[in-house]
Design a protein around this ligand. Structure first.
Ligand code: PHE
Length: 500
């Protein structure tokens, strides 16, 4: 039935009877109550055609268990029926029920109703019927309630059924409608817009116009949306800020090999510095601005050793250090920041720092479903007097706890710039195994002392990727669905905020 005929029917019935209740009407016409309510609401918008008042009433509905009992009988009846005339061993009887509720509840109810008895004369208890026939009152009452014969069920019985969770009270909202001041049997469709034609013909004078609804929600304006990676980045940033960390400036995708590798005590022959692993720039190929004194100390510690270290003992080359690369990790920025800190504290008291960065890095990887040549790193660095490995483990635990990851393990590893170094693992419930989630370590004296930091100052750091947590959070399996031209923009619009 169309809404128009339904509204005309309602008006006709209202003309015959002086008042109508939406719920009774829905039963009478076998039409969904929501549909009737919808039509009443639209009639209301025509002005004073009808008058409405909302009405609340209570009703009992059967729960799922209650519905099952209407079909199969109460648990106690099921138990009684399962006992054969000659009796059955109690353990066998109990095993015959698949539903634990039937076995436990049904058995004890059937006992207290005195429908069955346990015969303990032999060594195995036997259950026997005590009566030849039973009247399943619970099933009967539930049946009445499901047929709305609610008056046949007394208050005590209702409370008992409710306690057994077989029925539940629901509140039903309905409308009582009466004729309004401008009651009429047919409603003309109201116009929402005045058209040029109406003006030209003058027909607007006869038309009914719909009132403006100033309470309507506007159409949300089209606006910018954060990419999933940026939403997750925002959350990580929040965690660092809550822990008192300051953000490092990360606006330097092109970095010299000096800051990306040499300052971090990565030897010039290290495989990470190969063409296969790192993107080198062709234009401009080299950089000019490397601090000269500091570079001399870095050269010394690499090639001959210094500050109590024997170094690597190789011929360190300035040409190599000047080569520009796309930074391979954000630790290049951490090195710059620690060097700045060392300059700042010359002749002054040392200032402890807690720093973080979250930004893009580049590696010449073979591309697959989980690897791209560019990704994002999240990195934390702390420098203070007398820090230990225990401090690093503690802060990493606190950091991951804020992400909701409590189950952490550390495994020793190797980094040229940290000693000791540790990989972090977290237990993945879905994969049923420990997965690597990051890398960390205590920065080496060979890195910190040439910078000019006081010898009693230690620096700790840890890093992890942004992509993996984002893919897990938004259920994305292929990294190409997250970045690049295959990204589904609708996904970007629709994804909810990230709360870690
Ligand atoms: N730079 C390391 C990486 O790329 C992470 C790291 C940061 C390790 C700081 C130790 C200290 O995996």
């Amino acid at each position: 039935m169309s809404d128009k005929t339904l509204s005309e029917d309602i008006l006709r019935l209202l003309n015959e009877r002086s008042t109508i209740n939406s719920l009774s009407l829905s039963n009478e016409l076998s039409i969904d109550h929501q549909k009737i309510v919808g039509v009443i609401k639209s009639l209301q918008s025509f002005g004073d055609i009808i008058q409405c008042s909302q009405h609340e009433s209570k009703r009992f509905d059967l729960t799922r268990e209650g519905q099952q009992m209407v079909e199969n009988g109460s648990h106690e009846a099921v138990v009684w029926k399962a006992v054969p005339e000659e009796g059955i061993e109690q353990t066998l009887l109990m095993k015959s029920f698949t539903d634990a509720n039937v076995a436990k509840l049904g058995f004890s109810k059937a006992m207290s109703q005195k429908w069955i008895v346990i015969d303990k004369t032999s060594n195995k208890p036997i259950v026997k019927r005590k009566v030849d026939a039973i009247e399943d009152e619970v099933q009967l009452l539930l049946n009445r309630i499901s047929h709305m014969d609610i008056n046949e069920v007394n208050e005590q019985q209702k409370q008992d059924l409710k306690k057994r969770k077989l029925i539940q009270e629901v509140i039903v909202k309905s409308y009582d409608i009466e004729k309004g001041e401008n009651f009429s049997l047919n409603v003309e469709k109201q116009e929402t817009d005045i058209t040029g034609e109406m003006i030209a013909k003058g027909s607007w004078k006869e038309k009914q116009f719909k009132d403006y609804n100033f309470d309507a929600m506007g159409i949300p304006p089209e606006r910018g949306h954060l990419h999933p990676l940026l939403k997750v980045r925002q959350q990580f940033r929040q965690i660092f800020l809550e822990m008192g960390f300051t953000e490092m400036p990360t606006n330097r995708f092109v970095e010299s090999s000096f800051w990306n590798f040499d300052a971090l005590f990565v030897p010039q022959k290290h495989p990470a510095r190969d063409l296969q692993d790192t993107f080198f720039l062709s234009d401009p190929q080299t950089c000019n601005e490397v601090p000269v004194d500091y570079m001399a100390r870095v050269k010394q510690v690499h090639s001959c050793g210094d500050f109590g270290s024997q170094g690597y003992q190789y011929e360190w080359k300035t040409e190599e250090t000047r080569k520009n690369v796309l930074r391979t990790h954000t630790t290049a920025i951490s090195a710059r920041m620690l060097h700045d800190l060392a300059q700042e504290c010359k002749g002054k008291a040392f200032r402890p720092v807690k720093l973080f960065s979250i930004d893009r890095v580049f590696r010449n990887e073979s591309l697959d479903a989980t690897h791209l040549a560019e990704f994002h790193q999240i990195e934390g660095v702390i420098a203070d007097v007398g820090l230990t490995l225990g401090d690093l483990m503690g802060i990493i635990r606190e950091f991951f706890l804020k992400l909701g990851i409590g189950n952490l393990r550390f495994k020793p590893t190797y980094n040229p710039y940290t000693e000791p170094s540790m990989e972090m693992y977290s237990y993945h419930e879905g994969l049923n195994k420990w997965v690597e989630i990051g890398n960390s370590g205590v920065f080496r004296p060979e890195m910190l002392l040439p910078m000019g930091l006081p010898p009693n100052v230690n620096a700790l750091g840890w890093g992890l990727g942004l992509e993996r947590p984002t893919m897990i959070k938004y259920g994305i399996n292929n990294i190409r669905d997250l970045c690049g031209h295959k990204m589904d923009l609708q996904l970007v619009y629709d994804n909810p905020l990230c709360i870690l």
